[in-house]
Design a protein around this ligand. Structure first.
Ligand code: SF4
Ligand code: SF4
Length: 267
């Protein structure tokens, strides 16, 4: 149960561990209700897009075309952001006066707020996670009486599954090789975009191109990726690990491998 001993002002500005308290409560009726859903930049993870497009019952292609903008990030890999409405307040397309219309499937950034991660590669390697409370002057939720720990907030907001799904994606984007070798090849950027964000197109690519003639894919794996979008997502990341990082996580068919070796004159 949330505790009632309020953290001090100083504690709110400190880096928090999972066990530390912070003060927060958001609900309808507050003067600031939905004010935080305007004029913000929300980066979307692949799993955010998967959940949101399923909630809206549209394809990943439709979702990307209608609700997102993308750009190439520092490492040369595409990043995707929620496209805000073209009104004075730059309002989120999913907000109404009653609140978020996709609340059960809202993106990770909307769930974790008012916390923000403060972990570094070193702390993450050591298995430690740190957070801070964002300082948003208009947010009355930060003045609430309700006190809870970071771990309680993560549990309550359903963030654990987002973190689990993010892990294999992060493993690729934070890879040492990619950090040192900026991707500039447009075909690779397009491949990354499709595999991470446009899963319905990736599924067609697997089923309808020469993919299955080139790679060994077990029938049960094929069945799973046809039927389950989360399985498809994991398979797409394995394909990226193979293609981008040279990891042997997919098996090329022997005849294709032999032909390639002959072409490259490798014995
Ligand atoms: S309390 Fe904060 S998070 Fe909740 S609606 Fe107000 S500004 Fe947004
Ligand atoms: S997705 Fe929902 S919670 Fe997030 S900004 Fe839009 S309306 Fe607000």
């Amino acid at each position: 149960m949330p505790k009632k001993n309020k953290p001090t002002e100083k504690q709110r500005l400190t880096v928090l561990t999972l066990e530390n308290d912070f003060r927060f409560e958001c609900h309808k009726g507050l003067n600031c209700f939905t004010r935080c859903c305007c004029n913000i930049t929300i980066f979307l993870t692949p799993y955010d897009i998967l959940r949101m497009k399923n909630a809206l019952n549209i394809s990943s292609g439709e979702f990307l075309a209608n609700y997102t903008v993308s750009m190439i990030g520092d490492a040369g890999l595409p990043v995707v952001m929620l496209k805000m409405k073209d009104d004075d307040r730059k309002t989120c397309p999913f907000v109404t006066r009653q609140g978020c219309t996709i609340y059960p499937d809202r993106p990770w950034s909307c769930r974790i707020y008012p916390l923000q991660p403060e972990s570094t590669k070193i702390t993450e390697k050591a298995g430690k996670k740190y957070y801070s409370v964002m300082n948003v002057p208009f947010c009355l939720g930060l003045e609430a009486d309700r006190v809870l720990t970071v771990a309680e907030w993560i549990e309550e907001q359903g963030i654990n599954v987002y973190q689990e799904m993010e892990a294999p994606f992060k493993k690729i984007t934070t890879n040492e090789f990619l950090s040192q070798n900026k991707i500039t090849n447009k075909k690779i950027q397009e491949m990354f975009y499709m595999a991470c964000f446009d899963l319905d197109r990736f599924r067609r690519f697997v089923m309808e191109s020469t993919f299955l003639e080139r790679f060994e894919v077990e029938p049960e794996v094929l069945k799973k990726i046809k039927e389950n979008v989360v399985e498809l997502y994991h398979f797409a990341l394995r394909w990226l690990e193979y293609g981008l990082l040279g990891q042997h996580v997919l098996k090329v068919k022997p005849d294709v491998m032999a032909a390639k070796k002959q072409e490259l004159k490798i014995k």
